[in-house]
Ligand binder design. Structure first.
Ligand SMILES: Cc1cc2nc3c(=O)[nH]c(=O)nc-3n(C[C@H](O)[C@H](O)[C@H](O)COP(=O)(O)OP(=O)(O)OC[C@H]3O[C@@H](n4cnc5c(N)ncnc54)[C@H](O)[C@@H]3O)c2cc1C
Ligand code: SF4
Length: 328
């Protein structure tokens, strides 16, 4: 681990100023991702700005939705009554992630910016365009069973690892930030960028922008939602495939749907074409299968992860079928 300086701040403007003024500075949330990567020399910030004293740990329920402070811990969010009732997909996704101890520390802001678990990214012995732009991608020719099949480029095939973000993607969440130029509101579906030629650039944030909150809009469809995570072991494991879905059915027909995928794409993946294919159709397994095929029509498997196409297809059909089944 490289030497770094550390400061704790108690207001958001001071946090932004510190990060703007120091060379290669980073905000410190729960530290469960950043400190891991600092110990591995993958992240080498020169200055850490600890934001844990900022007043960003409230969950506010309003008529227009819910506003979640960036420092709300994953555990608190998962068990909040309004989240469980109105956005169950988010509660389920959070509880499917990591372990209770990690969820107790992990913040909403840090979860949004957690970095990939690609083995070659985590080990500085390997070439990795994301860690060291222009050095190549060891995963392309390596063991790529856990890697992405959607949104990949010839520079990087790493998956986005978060469960929470897949649920937020299905819930039309909006990220609020504060930077030297003031506040910004960024729809989550525009927050992450395609890798293209520079896999080190993962989102639209400027380096010195602080995430202050995430807002969820209010719509009936979100209350009937579900998260399915398929992984190699039942706990303490990242997704091979995950599906976040919300469904509104009127008279046997689909009136509204939200569908997002995790574990298979380079960013939390909103399956908008599949959603369009479903609206107005019968709420049936046959239609879910057709939509799953639409969602996967541009999937590009690597040498070891072709199984993810069929697994994702089945996971989509199962998630939507479980949402359709009457509650007993
Ligand atoms: C063993 C293990 C297993 C895990 N399993 C899962 C899993 O199954 N599913 C899953 O989804 N996740 C999993 N995780 C990841 C975990 O969810 C993340 O580590 C956590 O959400 C990161 O949040 P944090 O607050 O600790 O972030 P930090 O480590 O503090 O920060 C992460 C990044 O976000 C930046 N940052 C933090 N807060 C802000 C802010 N407000 N504004 C701007 N930038 C900010 C930091 O500078 C840093 O770059 C696992 C982690 C571990 C260690
Ligand atoms: S897949 Fe991306 S993160 Fe993994 S080695 Fe290749 S460039 Fe690096």
């Amino acid at each position: 681990m490289e030497l770094f300086s550390y400061a704790r701040v108690d207001n958001a403007a001071a946090a932004v100023k510190q990060v703007a003024e120091h060379e290669h500075a980073k905000f410190l949330g729960g530290g469960t991702n950043l400190l891991d990567y600092m110990k591995l020399d993958v992240e080498t910030p020169k200055h850490l700005v600890d934001i844990n004293s900022l007043p960003l740990n409230q969950i506010e329920v309003t008529d227009s939705g819910v506003r979640i402070g960036a420092l709300v811990r994953n555990t608190e969010l998962a068990y909040h009554e309004a989240i469980r009732q109105k956005y169950p997909v988010l509660s389920e996704a959070l509880l499917a992630g990591a372990t209770p101890q990690i969820r107790n520390m992990a913040t909403v802001g840090g979860n949004l910016l957690q970095r990939t678990r690609c083995t070659y990214f985590r080990d500085t012995c390997w070439s990795c365009n994301k860690r060291q732009p222009g050095s190549g991608c060891a995963a392309l020719e390596g063991y790529n069973r856990s890697h992405a099949i959607l949104g990949t480029s010839d520079k990087c095939i790493a998956t986005h690892p978060s469960d929470m973000c897949v649920a937020l993607c299905s819930l039309d969440a909006v990220v609020e930030t504060l930077g030297p130029q003031g506040k910004r509101r960024i729809p989550l579906n525009e927050f992450y960028v395609a890798y293209g030629t520079d896999p080190a650039k993962e989102n639209v944030l400027q380096g010195n922008e602080l995430i202050v909150a995430v807002e969820l809009p209010n719509a009936g469809v979100y209350a009937h939602s579900h998260y399915l995570k398929v992984r190699d072991r039942a706990s303490f494991e990242f997704a091979l495939v995950s599906v976040a879905a919300a469904l509104e059915i009127h008279n046997g027909k689909i009136a509204g749907v939200r569908l997002a995928l995790g574990g298979v794409a380079t960013k939390p993946w909103r399956a908008t074409e599949a959603e369009t294919a479903l609206v107005g159709q019968a709420a049936s397994e046959a239609e879910y299968l057709k939509a799953a095929n639409v969602a996967l029509q541009n999937a590009k498997p690597q040498k070891h992860n072709g199984f993810k196409i069929e697994l994702t297809r089945r996971a989509i059909v199962r998630t939507l079928t479980e949402l359709t089944a009457p509650k007993v």
